[in-house]
Design a protein around this ligand. Structure first.
Ligand SMILES: Cc1cc2nc3c(=O)[nH]c(=O)nc-3n(C[C@H](O)[C@H](O)[C@H](O)COP(=O)(O)OP(=O)(O)OC[C@H]3O[C@@H](n4cnc5c(N)ncnc54)[C@H](O)[C@@H]3O)c2cc1C
Length: 803
């Protein structure tokens, strides 16, 4: 084993070898993989090897496409067969809702260049004769699904990496990791140590244990997963290999294995494995079968596919593999740990392993993953994702693997975990709660006598009319909104102004003023959008997206000077309430001694003031697009503030308003939001944020790339549409058509109650950005005419918020 390496990858499962291979491909040849036992000795060896392109997150779907296309390259370079069987795949729907879901998946696939086809039950039965037609309503066909040989794939990656100069060391366990002052690592193993500039935790089933070596508790948990192999099935003899099949209603998947079938299930009552610590002596072992646990799924399977029921069960496989709470991988660098990377929680290694390796290798070598991997970034989890939280969410996710997640659906596990001081006040007002970063927040309020529950649906829900009423409250009188779910940072120290000028694309506002700003990476792409509230020469209250707190902090720490600037996240220390609507000023003025007139406290003012007895930070701004104030207080004051506002608000017709109405109002104002419109693949000019980029500033991160982007106009442009929708609005990821071709995708959508229009925001090619006609948005399988809007659908001149 070498004594020094540019990077050491810990773990020789399919993910570790993929990272190793991609590091060599990206130009790092001095790389070493250390495996405790033989390659594949974790989850990898007993995997069913299935591969799919379809994924709920289009960015993950792209990486899955890449992975599947990679196998040919690996075979060519390594000479090792990956055992690729591209059988094609079929997804069977048993309900209308599932058929709608398939139509939406097909539509999303169009934008990604996937060749998915919706077919009838009869057509499905021709392709997959084992099914009993009576249980199904339709299907989707995907020509590039199939399965691979897990052993072959893992060894092909390893051989290809070795050919490029990498070293693979087997039967050597990493026992300890010691950070050096310069950010490099001593990797201590059973057989000596290696000095590594970078370390990658690809420990799979043991990724938690490897994380603990550096004081990290990764939010992953292994679940037991079972599949059966049947005896030979006579109907298969002499036929071409059967398609890969998912039966959503049965919650099972099937594929042919020699003369029989393999059938696996994600059962509802799934069982975790090694909940706290994974034993090091677990090797190429299987867990004891528990057919009783999966019996309900098997029964459905035997009913839906009768030939399997009459064949005997040849073998049962029960093996563990790991999941993050949302089922997506955890990849990237870790905030606070220099040169330490993770690539774990990969639950579909044979669909995602290639893309994960590619993205991580680019991130390590070029400083940027080169793709939009926000949905897989380890930074999306904060301190709330404890071991017990992870346990509850992973079980839930596992049990829902083949269930539909509706766009308005809130999941129930691990709730309520985090609440703000006004939680019970909102509950007393019949709030229907949602969860964001494990924090409860009000989605909408059920009027007296109305059930406090939202029906899950792809169409407009029972909340529609109540959300409409909340929007009317804001537009006609005044609404009270809790706004605690934003990320907040206190920044101070003598270097604050200079540092923010370098890190943010816009200039700092004057003292007591608010400025909006994008944050860009070196490539000029959006990695954040913030509200900078300047409290003093070198004191700023920064507001951004809470889910990205760790993501931002990782970037801030990377760019902070050694002394002179302090950044402190304070998301739940400061909570907030907002009053918005034409009567907001009169209401608040009745409670504050400061002059709130438009002349004294105009749009984008920010000030420390008392509201009643409550010391607060007040900003004259509102995401509703109306006259409004955001009032930030430390959490001990929030109830008092709430009670004060509610009492004073009665005279002004004030009512509580939830997040659904806020979303509807921001859509009709064409206001974008992080993780939907603003993502690290778009530049600020593409995202219509150009007016918040101050190119006159000499130097800030991403300036030259942004300037180029401005000159060239960027490749795509964010635009808003008014859609001739029926009973369903766009919710995100729907394809945008122009003149019969898919040209873009929706980033978010919904009904704008004040504009009385179904609104969709999305990116289209720049050359079409000024086109007038010919647009359509595909919603649940129907192409709806869409009119591109030149300005926001509501109050296009922005007079109301400035009035
Ligand atoms: C029954 C079953 C069926 C499955 N079916 C499919 C499927 O059809 N399609 C699909 O895509 N996925 C499937 N999977 C999931 C798939 O197996 C995983 O996604 C994949 O194996 C994860 O690979 P990994 O490299 O992250 O982890 P692992 O395979 O667990 O590899 C981690 C490796 O790291 C090594 N290691 C850990 N700690 C150390 C240390 N300290 N020092 C040195 N080495 C260390 C381990 O020995 C191990 O070899 C299935 C899983 C199971 C259990």
């Amino acid at each position: 084993m070498k004594k020094h390496a540019q990077a050491v990858v810990i773990g020789g499962g399919v993910v570790g070898v993929s990272v190793l291979y991609h590091l060599t491909k990206a130009g790092w040849k001095d790389v070493l993989l250390i495996e405790r036992a033989e390659l594949t000795s974790g989850s990898t060896w007993h995997a069913a090897g299935g591969m799919h392109t379809v994924n709920g997150d289009p960015n993950v779907a792209k990486l899955q496409q890449y992975t599947i296309q990679l196998y040919q390259e690996l075979e060519r370079i390594s000479g090792q067969s990956c055992g690729v069987h591209v059988t094609g795949g079929i997804m069977l729907a048993g309900t209308q809702e599932r058929l709608d879901w398939l139509k939406m998946a097909q539509a999303r696939g169009r934008y990604l260049g996937m060749d998915l086809e919706i077919i009838s039950v009869d057509e499905a039965a021709k392709l997959f004769p084992l099914m009993d037609k009576q249980h199904f309503t339709g299907a989707m066909y995907d020509p590039i699904e199939g399965h691979v040989d897990p052993y072959g794939v893992t060894h092909a990656y390893a051989k290809a990496a070795e050919i490029a100069g990498a070293e693979v060391v087997r039967r050597t366990r990493v026992t300890e990791l010691k950070a050096r002052a310069d950010g490099s690592w001593d990797v201590i193993t059973e057989h000596g140590s290696v000095h590594a500039e970078h370390v990658v935790n690809a420990g799979g089933l043991w990724a938690r244990e490897v994380g603990r070596m550096v004081g990290l508790e990764l939010p992953i948990l292994a679940m037991q997963h079972q599949y059966i192999l049947t005896d030979d099935i006579p109907q298969l003899a002499g036929r071409p290999e059967q398609l890969h099949c998912i039966d959503f209603e049965g919650e099972i998947y099937l594929r042919q294995e020699r003369g029989g079938m393999l059938m696996g299930t994600y059962e509802r009552a799934g069982a975790p494995w090694s909940e706290h610590t994974t034993p090091w002596d677990f090797g190429q072992d299987l867990l004891p079968n528990d057919l009783e646990r999966i019996a309900p799924s098997l029964e459905v399977g035997f009913e839906h596919f009768p030939a399997l029921g009459s064949a005997g069960i040849r073998k049962v496989i029960n093996g563990p593999f790991t999941f993050a709470p949302d089922g997506n991988p955890l990849i990237g660098p870790i905030k606070g740990l220099k040169n330490f990377w993770v690539a774990c929680g990969v639950m579909a290694g044979f669909s995602q392993g290639g893309g994960v390796g590619l993205a991580l290798a680019h991130w390590m070598v070029d400083g940027d993953p080169g793709a939009d991997i926000w949905g897989m970034d380890v930074a999306r989890y904060g301190a709330w994702a404890t071991l017990a939280y992870t346990n509850a969410k992973v079980r839930e996710n596992y049990s829902r693997r083949f269930r539909i997640r509706f766009p308005n659906e809130e999941l129930e596990a691990a709730r309520p975990l985090r609440t703000t001081p006004v939680y019970d006040r909102l509950m007393a007002e019949n709030a229907v709660f949602g969860e964001y970063c494990a924090l409860e927040h009000a989605l909408w309020f059920a009027p007296p006598g109305v059930a406090v529950r939202e029906n899950v649906t792809f169409r407009r829900s029972n909340a529609h009319e109540h959300v409409a009423a909340e929007c009317r409250t804001v537009r006609n009188a005044v609404g009270l909104l809790e706004i605690s779910t934003y990320g907040k940072f206190e920044i101070d120290g003598p270097g604050t102004a200079e540092w923010l000028a370098r890190v943010m694309a816009n200039h700092l506002p004057a003292v007591d003023r608010i400025g909006l700003t994008p944050m860009l990476n070196e490539r000029g792409k959006l990695i954040g959008d913030f509200t900078m509230c300047r409290l003093g020469e070198n004191r700023v209250f920064l507001i951004g997206t809470y889910a990205a707190e760790n993501y931002y902090m990782r970037w801030f720490e990377r760019h902070l000077p050694a002394t002179g600037v302090r950044v402190r996240p304070c998301a739940t220390e400061y909570v907030g309430l907002s009053v918005a609507g034409p009567r907001a000023r009169t209401l608040l003025q009745g409670l504050a001694r400061d002059d709130l007139s438009n002349a004294a406290f105009p749009f984008l003012s920010f000030k420390r003031m008392d509201v009643g007895m409550v010391p607060a930070l007040v900003g004259r701004v509102s995401f509703t697009g109306d006259l409004g104030y955001e009032i930030w207080v430390t959490s001990d004051y929030q109830r008092a503030l709430y009670d004060l506002l509610v009492a004073a608000g009665r005279a002004h017709g004030m009512k509580s308003v939830g997040a659904r109405a806020l979303n509807a109002m921001r859509l009709e104002k064409s206001f974008g939001t992080w993780a939907r419109e603003y993502r690290p693949i778009y530049g600020p000019y593409e995202a219509a944020l150009g007016r918040f980029v101050d190119l006159k500033k000499r130097d800030f991160i991403g300036r030259s790339a942004a300037a180029d982007d401005k000159d060239r106009g960027g490749g795509v442009r964010l635009v808003a549409f008014s859609v001739a929708a029926a009973d369903a609005d766009a919710s995100g990821d729907e394809p945008i058509w122009h003149d019969g071709k898919v040209v873009g995708a929706v980033t978010s959508g919904g009904y704008g109650h004040s504009a009385q229009a179904s609104i969709a925001l999305g990116y289209i090619p720049s050359e079409l950005a000024d086109a007038d006609g010919g647009f359509e948005v595909e919603i649940i399988g129907a192409r709806r005419a869409a009119r591109r809007l030149d300005a926001a659908a509501f109050d296009p001149q922005g007079l109301r918020m400035r009035s």
